[in-house]
Ligand binder design. Structure first.
Ligand SMILES: *Cc1c(COP(=O)(O)O)cnc(C)c1O
Length: 397
């Protein structure tokens, strides 16, 4: 059994804050500042350029990929770190389309995160081969998988509502129709068990600053199934994805397997923070995390529905169909969230009217949920949000 009191003690959360936004940016693990300090001093400072070999910086993208691979059911040696998730969307989709040259439809849903759709749109325009980005409602995805579809590109957990797609079933259906799949695990990795190999997923991507707590700007990851890894042609054919980067050849030759999905110089300082954050997962079992996450979400829903009839649940009520977050609709949701934040309960707001709360058992417990419900109930019952200073929108919501 995971000792959640012990994992909670591994995070540095400000006093008086109940942090329900780890689905957007995970908090600071206590070990990170010391480890980053040591890395700067002993590696960058002392080793200078020899750190690439001596401190293993160059091997970090694959080593960290494997650590994350264990949390998402990937085969060892088939996940690599680098760049941002938006770029990984582009890379994965380009590689998948290249494996289905006779088809012209990319199928996604309206619950996908906009950058995924924007990157797809940009890629399809650049390809200029008449591809169509077909966006349907999440509940219509299954029926829309036809033999026109080249790639089914979905985010497993909807960033607004927390609705969870059935990865295994949709992948099976896509394969039966001759399509490939690209799964975005931004709200899955570290939130719930994922079984990429078991589901037969073709490509997967995700970020590491949400449930994996790698810090703002920590690198993304990409997975390519072993059956495709030696075949895909990288659209972003950077030198570190070359078969022999230090041969400095004039022409590009893809590296072996997943290494070809590397692009350029990795962010070593950020990867050090991520490596440190992943140590926490050595103490946590993802099945325990999932069970507690569902229980915390259920507890929050029950408490809020009993106390705040003006809020409408926007997330699936069934925990098995939900990720690790709960959302409520409220017309003045932005102001209500600001009022909550002013009282130490940090969630976030997604337009037009969604108040979003992430539940992360590594550092959130039942007492936090109950305290958050009590404060939310006070804010809503007494309309404490109805003040001009809570209605002025900041750049990041
Ligand atoms: C958070 C998130 C992103 C963010 O992409 P970045 O390139 O890291 O800014 C992309 N897609 C999904 C589904 C997300 O949830």
């Amino acid at each position: 059994m995971t000792d959640f009191a012990a994992t909670k003690a591994m995070f540095d959360l400000p006093d008086g804050v109940i942090y329900l936004d780890g689905n957007s940016l995970g908090p600071l693990p206590r070990s990170v500042p010391e480890r980053i300090g040591a890395m700067l001093r002993d590696e960058w400072g002392e080793m200078l350029i020899t750190g690439w070999n001596k401190a293993g910086w160059m091997a970090q993208p694959m080593a960290l990929g494997d650590r994350i691979g264990r949390l998402i059911g990937a085969e060892p040696g088939h996940v690599v770190m680098g760049d941002t998730l938006s770029l990984k969307v582009y890379q994965a989709l380009a590689a998948a389309l290249d494996l289905r040259p006779d088809r012209r439809v990319v199928l996604s849903d309206s619950g996908n995160f906009p950058t995924d759709l924007y990157m797809a749109e940009g890629l399809l325009k650049t390809l200029d081969k008449g591809h169509e980005l077909r966006i349907v409602a999440p509940e219509e995805v299954e029926a829309a998988i036809t033999d026109e579809v080249a790639v089914l590109m979905l985010t497993e957990v909807d960033y607004r509502t927390g609705r969870l797609h059935d990865m295994a079933a949709l992948t099976r259906k896509a394969h039966a129709a001759g399509a490939l799949t690209v799964w975005d695990l931004a709200h899955s990795a570290g939130a719930l068990p994922v079984d990429l190999a078991g589901a037969g997923a073709d490509f997967a991507i995700g970020c590491t600053y949400k449930y994996l707590n790698g810090g703002p700007g920590s690198p993304a990851f990409i997975y390519v199934a072993p059956r495709h890894a030696g075949k895909v042609r990288p659209a972003l054919s950077g030198w570190l994805g070359h078969d022999a980067p230090f041969a400095f050849d004039l022409d590009y030759r893809p590296g072996s397997g997943i290494e070809r999905m590397r692009v350029g110089t990795p962010p070593v300082i950020q990867m050090t923070a991520l490596d440190c954050a992943l140590d926490i997962w050595e103490r946590a079992d993802i099945a325990d995390v999932r069970a507690k996450s569902v229980a915390l979400c259920d507890r929050f829903i029950a408490g809020v529905e009993a106390a705040c009839p003006m809020l409408t649940l926007a997330s699936p009520r069934d925990g098995a169909r939900r990720g690790s977050q709960v959302s409520f609709r409220f017309a003045d949701g932005y102001a209500a969230m600001q009022a909550l934040i002013a009282r130490g309960v940090i969630g976030d707001f997604r337009a037009p009217d969604i108040m979003r709360f992430g539940f992360t058992p590594l550092y959130i417990d039942e007492a936090d949920v109950d305290a958050a419900v009590a404060i939310l109930s006070d804010v809503m019952t007494n309309a404490l949000w109805d003040r001009p200073e809570y209605k002025a929108r900041a750049a990041v919501t």
